[in-house]
Design a protein around this ligand. Structure first.
Ligand code: AMP
Ligand code: ZN
Length: 465
């Protein structure tokens, strides 16, 4: 049974679907104003690993991942959601329509996921296409006294109206006050309490990406987007909610308050957060200047799945320190495993090495202990007591979890260029007749065709240069 760490209870707990046999998952998706960096992708991979593990045990998985194309402000750590919309800022920088920017980076996001063998979600709702539902939800929260229209015409959620506020992230309202007192005083906007946040931001009709609402023209806050979409598409009790650790607060804390207050009970069974990715020792972020994209990995000649393997080498709950050396090492392991799997596939078939297969699945089910799973596969690779046919079966089976395309080279016959086979025969005969001048001439002719020949105690061996 799958066990995962749950942030509010700070413990690893069994995942038990609300509807038996069906695992429902909501994953916070990208804000589509730039390419996803490989840190973002590590977080998106987390959801894919959960999904593959659940499916291996026969569960059906329903996965929803949102596309944030409006409402995510530059400074979302500011508790009062001040600042500029990330998409509008990028649209201005590129001098393009914000929706053109959004669709461009959304497409890039899907391509990156495909390169990393991250299987698609069942739905990718866009914030800009979910406005009516957000308005309905906000109206409901106003009607039940959890939200109010502030003096500035924006709608705010009342943090004090939800007793459990802060339980997800461990923040207490009193502590928040200290950190944000200055900010709240400086901003002096229409909310009644320092920790309240905007559900709907009033804006002039002149601003791009605004919608009409019962509170006039404006745009939604970022957190309400995830409440509306998850409730609409997964219902008022779903099993897992995933995201990067930075989303714990305020994004998920606020989402939990909104959703739970709207329906009157706990909506999410399990909150799963992936730790951040570091690159060469520092957090990967635009502001740090160490952003690496999947295209950078490909440009350096690596299979993007080497990146996936590098991610699997550390557990999602640890900060992972990625480096070009780590990616190169993962690429070598990937090459070696694919070649080994192809050669084992030529051996007589044999059953799964079940102790290894069970161990790999148990490692995944134990809060995604992917380093342990990889360790077991390294042991299996070297285990002389397991027939090659079993090794092939077991690696192919494990690949449904790993997603590394380990069987890619199976059955690939390496073709010799035309004429090379005759030259190789002639050279073998020349050597048998100790005619070394002819043998050297034939080696040069083969080299000209791109075939390298090496003499070994077992005879000549060739490879494609
Ligand atoms: P964004 O597109 O900025 O909304 O972020 C998409 C996802 O990436 C969120 O779940 C973030 O928590 C996550 N994220 C951001 N930076 C990192 C990082 N350095 N390592 C891992 N995940 C990250
Ligand atoms: Zn979200």
């Amino acid at each position: 049974m799958l066990r995962l760490h749950d942030t509010p209870s700070k413990s690893v707990r069994a995942v038990s679907p609300a509807v038996p046999g069906l695992l429902t998952v909501y994953a916070c998706g990208p804000t589509v104003y730039r390419y996803a960096h490989v840190g973002n992708l590590r977080t998106f991979l987390l959801t894919d690993l959960i999904r593959r593990t659940a499916e291996r045990r026969g569960l059906r998985v329903r996965l929803v991942q949102n596309i944030t194309d409006v409402g995510h402000l530059q400074d979302d750590t500011a508790i009062d959601s001040t600042g500029e919309d990330k998409l509008l800022a990028q649209a201005r920088a590129e001098n393009k329509d914000p929706f053109v920017i959004a669709r461009f980076y959304e497409d890039a996001f899907h391509r990156d996921l495909a390169l990393l063998n991250v299987r698609p979600a069942d739905a990718y709702p866009r914030a800009s296409e979910w406005i009516d539902s957000m308005i309905a939800l906000i109206s409901r929260l106003i009607a039940s006294g959890h939200a109010y229209v502030g003096e500035d015409g924006s709608v705010y959620f009342s943090a004090q109206s939800y007793e459990e506020y802060g339980q997800l992230s461990g923040n207490r309202l009193e502590d928040l006050r200290a950190g944000h007192r200055l900010e709240a005083a400086e901003v002096g906007q229409g909310k009644r309490f320092h920790a309240d946040w905007a559900l709907w931001k009033k804006a002039g009709a002149a601003r791009e990406m605004t919608w009409d609402s019962p509170w006039g023209f404006g745009f939604p806050g970022w957190h309400i987007e995830c409440s509306a979409m998850s409730l609409d598409l997964l219902g008022d009790r779903f099993d897992l909610h995933t995201g990067g650790i930075d989303l714990r607060f305020p994004h998920h804390e606020d989402e939990r308050a909104q959703s739970n207050c709207a329906v009157g009970h706990e909506v999410v069974g399990h909150w799963v957060h992936g730790e951040h990715l570091l690159f060469e020792g520092r957090k990967m972020a635009k502001s740090t200047g160490n952003v690496v994209l999947v295209s950078d990995v490909v440009d350096r000649g690596y299979d993007p799945l080497a990146l996936r393997l590098a991610f699997l080498s550390s557990r999602y709950r640890q900060q992972a320190n990625l480096s070009w050396d780590a990616i190169a090492g993962a690429a070598r392991t990937l090459d070696r495993w694919r070649a080994a799997v192809a050669s084992w596939a030529e051996s007589p078939s044999a059953p799964l090495a079940s102790s290894y297969a069970d161990g790999v699945l148990e490692a995944f089910e134990d809060d995604l202990d992917t380093p342990r799973a990889l360790q077991l596969l390294r042991q299996l690779e070297k285990d002389g007591s397991v027939p090659d046919g079993s090794k092939f079966e077991t690696f192919a089976w494990a690949d449904a979890l790993l997603g590394l395309d380990l069987v890619r080279q199976v059955g690939q016959v390496v073709a010799l260029p035309a004429g090379a086979a005759d030259l190789l025969d002639a050279r073998a005969q020349a050597r048998a007749g100790r005619d070394f001048a002819a043998s050297d001439r034939l080696r040069d002719e083969l080299a000209a065709l791109g075939v390298a020949v090496k003499d070994t105690p077992a005879g000549q061996e060739w490879s494609l240069a």
